[in-house]
Design a protein. Structure first.
Lengths: 160, 623
């Protein structure tokens, strides 16, 4: 795997709190990196990845604070990072806010779209709540009568 | 279940036009048309079925294409699996907007003439609206057939429950209803001693059980009567576990997915939580299952008894002025959904059956200038009014799992209060607030964009926000009112030049009284559950209705009825109790449109039962 893809994966683990195993298991990681490149351009994507790589090796609250100040609270990168979280969770790229476009220029590919039919099916939000995407990955007859099995948060290794 | 391969060969328009007289010509391939086609074919009659949609979903590959379209759709609304086809357009709720006083909005397929804007939908593809229905199949109550006599509201049916009961059983067999008799005996509903449903009831969801725990043993008082509260299972047209005691011990064989090749899928519900808009495995009934049986008669007879002509839109009815009979039907056959190019053919038959749904059937009649002696074609339009109430339960309930809906609170479907206000049936939605707010996607957007959550906080936040969601959907009775109606106007036409339906509707005060009570009822239930009420109705909502100083967002239920009601004479109704037109003796207008009232029962089971009745009358007429 390239360093660029490694950085993208690490950033995605940081933002979603799903493990590399989970993210690679969707089969969509490469496609999502390509989506970023296509929609906001390679330059902004690289800036985002560089900001992640440069994060201090802190843990816990300090780490969260660093992500907030240097990525999610960054005027250029914040909206892009939030779009990436939503992409992983739903399979849909959501158009960037108007204010972002006005300041940094609109991009022709920046519309709201489902990346692919399987991107919807692999949305992480369903996994987060111990459910399944509506219309796919059915859990079986009668499974709904029992309490949900909500997966525990994994030990994450994004900083490794 | 197998479709005989030859049945999927598209009938050729020229052959159809030149093939002389059919015994029965049916417009629409939904459940009504399918039942009549099957019954006629079993009696050896020659049937032509016209379908406005492309018919591509007759094969499993075509059906699966609908699923892929759904996965790829940004808006997962109840028509999202069905591709846009301007030649057979259908209503789509995300396109609606609120009307100003006196305004008409013709930007959507149904022209909204107001004052209420209805988001009601129906599906114009092979299988009709059974391609998108949720498949709840309650029977109407005895009192629902005579609300005028008992409550002084609405109209009496020309049929009693007793007269339709046998046909309810036929409909339950055809659809393959899953329910337990002991769960359905509330409010005086009775079943003959040995009757069991074809399949056992679907188990209540964990969410249903949590709600039941909070309310069971409590009650409410209304108009001096006490109503106990309990979550009861709904009967469903979704495959469950066959009941070996069915049919005097013969049992029941469920029908799964249909295709031209052998396919092992859909024999039992897998819990896809997606009945609406599309069951991915066809465990939910759709009329293709009935049509597969009708087409199977072809092979047996060695000739084509049932022909399907798709991409064929009935556009005009030709009446013989001497005897009032339908002489022929003008049909526009298009080659490609992307183009309005079409040829117009004339179809002849001994009997004509219009089974295109309450709105399209009325539209076809009115576009042909046929208002009937009573003038009631298009009038008395009904659809259940839905009032949504949503809250967060105190505990994790595992929302977003199950089949779309399994249980509800149904004890206020009947009572003396119906003299003054609408009855209702509540269903609990296993997909949480989806219908009301667009959950869980809307929750994701809020948590990420507004609450600034990421990482572990976001994961925990999603569980906290989504897994506790409870939506109580109140399905409110709507009584017939002649001014609620479908009309047509030559200034509003579709791609093929057919006149589009114009909808004028006011939610009746009787219903709004029920809605106002329903809102209070929901607050009482939420209080007993310790649930946080998150319900709010936006005044800019297209379905916003003000009543006695409060506002409510009313949603359509897609339970369309009433545009050609049945009655006792040609002056008080459009069709007789066999759904035969009073004015045209070889014309049957079938489906929800024939229903004079709808009570608090989703309409499909009842209209399916009525089509068994009409089938017998049609065969009698042909002999």
């Amino acid at each position: 795997m390239s360093n660029r893809f490694e950085a993208f994966l690490g950033l995605s683990v940081e933002l979603t709190a799903f493990s590399r195993f989970d993210l690679l298991g969707t089969g969509l990681a490469e496609r999502y990196l390509a989506t970023l490149d296509k929609v906001v351009g390679v330059e902004i994507t690289d800036t985002l990845l560089a900001a992640f790589v440069a994060l201090p090796p802190a843990e816990g609250e300090a780490r969260i604070k660093a992500v907030r100040t240097t990525i999610l609270g960054n005027e250029l990168l914040g909206d892009v990072a939030r779009a990436l979280i939503k992409l992983w969770y739903s399979g849909t790229w959501f158009e960037l806010p108007l204010a972002w476009m006005e300041r940094f220029g609109s991009r022709p590919a920046d519309t709201t779209f489902v990346v692919s039919p399987d991107a919807y099916v692999e949305g992480l939000l369903w996994k987060a709540i111990g459910a399944h995407p509506a219309g796919a990955k059915a859990p079986g007859f009668g499974s709904w009568a029992f309490p949900p099995k909500i997966p525990a948060l994994p030990e994450l290794d994004s900083k490794a | 279940m197998l479709f005989p391969l030859e049945s999927t060969l598209k009938a050729d328009a020229k052959t159809v036009a030149g093939s002389g007289e059919y015994d029965v010509v049916i417009v629409g391939s939904g459940i009504s048309g399918a039942i009549i086609a099957k019954q006629a074919a079993e009696a050896g009659k020659r049937v032509l079925m016209l379908e406005a949609g492309t018919g591509a979903n007759i094969t499993l590959a075509g059906y699966d294409d609908l699923l892929t379209t759904f996965y790829s759709a940004v808006s997962k609304d109840n028509q999202s699996p069905f591709p846009v086809n301007a030649n057979a357009a259908m209503p789509r709720s995300p396109k609606l907007r609120k009307l100003q006083a006196g305004e008409t909005d013709s930007s959507t397929y149904i022209v909204q003439s107001g004052p209420y804007v209805s988001d009601t939908t129906y599906t114009r593809i092979f299988g009709g609206t059974t391609m998108h229905w949720e498949a709840k199949t309650p029977r109407m109550l005895r009192s629902d057939f005579k609300t005028r006599s008992i409550f002084g509201q609405g109209l009496d049916w020309p049929l009693s429950f007793e007269e339709i009961e046998d046909d309810y059983r036929l409909a339950e067999r055809e659809i393959g209803v899953s329910a337990n008799v002991e769960d359905q005996q509330y409010l005086g509903q009775t079943f003959p001693g040995d009757y069991v449903f074809p399949m056992r009831g679907l188990p209540l969801s964990y969410l249903d059980q949590q709600v039941n725990k909070g309310i069971e043993g409590t009650s409410v008082e209304l108009c001096g009567k006490t109503y106990p509260l309990k979550v009861r299972p709904y009967p469903q047209g979704r495959n469950s576990i066959p009941n070996p005691a069915y049919d005097g011990g013969k049992g029941y064989r469920p029908i799964g997915a249909v295709d031209t090749h052998q396919v092992e899928e859909g024999g039992r519900c897998q819990g896809n939580t997606n009945c609406v808009p599309l069951c991915p495995v066809q465990a939910r009934y759709h009329s293709g299952k009935t049509l597969a049986k009708a087409f199977a008669k072809n092979a047996k007879a060695g000739e084509r008894l049932v022909e399907l002509l798709a991409q064929a839109v009935a556009s005009k009815v030709d009446i013989d002025p001497d005897n009032g009979k339908v002489r022929s039907l003008e049909v526009k056959v298009y080659k490609d959904p992307a183009s309005a190019a079409h040829e117009t053919i004339t179809v002849k038959g001994k009997v004509f059956v219009f089974a295109a749904g309450a709105i399209e059937t009325a539209r076809l009649m009115l576009a042909s200038g046929l208002r009937s002696t009573s003038g009631l074609v298009g009038r008395n339009l009904m659809d259940h009014a839905y009032l949504l109430n949503w809250a967060l339960m105190p505990q994790i309930c595992g929302t977003m799992r199950g089949t779309s809906s399994t249980g509800g609170i149904v004890d206020l479907r009947d009572g003396p209060f119906r003299e003054r206000q609408a009855a209702f049936a509540i269903d609990i939605h296993n997909d949480g607030w989806g219908w009301a707010t667009g959950a869980p996607t809307s929750d994701l957007l809020e948590l990420v964009d507004d609450r600034n959550l990421h990482g572990a906080d976001l994961r925990r936040g999603m569980v906290d926000r989504v897994s506790r969601q409870l939506l109580l959907a109140f399905m409110l009775e709507v009584m017939p009112d002649e001014s609620n109606r479908i009309t047509v106007d030559p200034q509003y036409t579709d791609a093929l030049g057919n006149m589009r339906p114009i909808l004028s509707f006011t939610v009746p005060e009787y219903t709004m009284k029920g809605a106002a009570y329903g809102r209070r009822f929901a607050r009482t239930v939420f209080a007993r559950l310790g649930a946080q009420d998150h319900t709010h109705y936006d005044p800019s909502d297209f379905g916003y209705v003000a009543y006695e100083g409060q506002g409510y967002a009313i949603r359509g239920g897609n339970h369309l009825a009433g545009t050609h009601i049945m009655g006792t004479t040609r002056t008080n109704s459009v069709v007789d109790k066999n759904q035969r037109s009073w004015d045209h003796e070889n014309l049957y207008l079938v489906g929800g449109g024939s229903m004079p009232t709808i009570g608090t029962a989703n309409v499909t089971l009842t209209l399916a039962a009525m089509c068994f009745r009409s089938s017998r009358d049609i065969l009698k007429y042909l002999h």
